[in-house]
Design a protein around this ligand. Structure first.
Ligand code: PMV
Length: 330
């Protein structure tokens, strides 16, 4: 196979990943848990080519010195290394990568997760690697940590592990949920998650407590999912998000991802709860807020929160599929 196209979706963590135990292999300091979305897909085609590696992102051919091209090139080197281990004759080939994001790139809608999950799936197929879900998740992890969860259908737990072999995501059963995305600002974030994680590990006095509390939250979350206890899932999600922002805020110099508009959404969600509508909020390394609810409440909640979104509309999302090949030919 010399060409393959794959699609993957972003995921939003209910128990967050924030901190690496191994920077080179992207082994996290704690496990995490997420829902894969059913919108904002990334579609990526990898075509083996004798010329140098090249990247076309959303219709623009990027220069080979661009940081995105270099990151993709480094990832392709990992794929070529796997092809070499297996003695495949594709191992020396360069690749032309064409990728289209339906969601906003680098604006907190996890485009790096969908991007590297789609690239892992398309590249592994194009280079002739026949990876099972676990190995595909491990590969996607090397591109961007959270990408290992976008390989998985619906709900994923990323087992932190302590080596390349033991750090991967797998599907877990959870009660049906909806997410309501409130995009308060669609611009690129100021501090990348990589830089933010480094600063947190190096300067936040709460980092140790964050690591232990994340392991506890994950264990509790797995139990709440097994019990289909929506209320507990929501409570853990919101408390855990606030803890992640607290450990980040405590950096020196401080880092702040949430904006005034983000806090307005958290307040509005608390008000919905006070009025008997169960909703809980979370936010990644950026100002946008994602609310979780039971599926039947989602439209009403989106209606109430649309006023806080940049474009006046909150978007309802549902559990979506893991990374998959959509078309491949020889
Ligand atoms: O995979 P990265 O390096 O983009 O890190 C993602 C970090 C968060 O989105 C803030 C949390 C998470 O678990 O997705």
């Amino acid at each position: 196979m010399t060409q393959a196209t794959a699609r993957a979706y972003p995921n939003i963590a209910l128990v967050k990943y924030w901190g690496k135990a191994d920077e080179a292999l992207i082994i996290p300091v704690a496990g995490s848990m997420s829902m894969t979305l059913d919108d904002y897909a990334t579609t990526t085609t990898v075509r083996l080519d004798d010329a140098a590696d090249a990247l076309n992102l959303n219709g623009t051919e990027l220069d080979h010195t661009d940081s995105a091209t270099q990151r993709v090139g480094a990832f392709l080197d990992i794929v070529r290394g796997l092809a070499q281990e297996r003695g495949l004759d594709t191992a020396a080939a360069h690749a032309q990568v064409t990728t289209v994001n339906e969601g906003p790139t680098a604006a907190g809608m996890a485009s790096s997760a969908s991007g590297f999950a789609a690239l892992a799936q398309a590249a592994s197929a194009a280079y002739g690697l026949d990876l099972d879900t676990r190995d595909l998740s491990r590969l996607a992890r090397r591109g961007s940590g959270s990408a290992c969860r976008s390989v998985i259908n619906r709900f994923a737990v990323w087992h932190a592990g302590d080596s390349d072999e033991t750090s991967y995501a797998e599907e877990i059963a959870a009660p049906d949920l909806a997410m309501i995305a409130v995009t308060v600002a669609s611009g690129a974030k100021k501090v990348s998650s990589r830089a933010g994680m480094r600063a947190t590990a190096a300067t936040s006095p709460f980092y140790r407590a964050w690591i232990t509390t994340t392991e506890e939250s994950l264990n509790e979350m797995v139990r709440a999912c097994a019990d289909a206890d929506f209320t507990r899932i929501g409570e853990i999600t919101e408390a855990h998000a606030m803890r992640m922002h607290a450990v980040i805020n405590a950096c020196e110099p401080p880092i702040r991802y949430l904006a005034p508009a983000s806090y307005q959404v958290f307040d509005a969600v608390a008000e919905l709860r006070a009025n008997g509508v169960e909703a809980y909020a979370t936010a990644d390394a950026g100002p946008n807020v994602v609310v979780i609810s039971r599926p039947e409440d989602a439209e009403q909640i989106a209606g109430a929160l649309g006023q806080y979104a940049e474009n006046g509309e909150a978007k309802v999302l549902r559990p979506g599929p893991g990374a998959h090949v959509v078309n491949a030919d020889d």
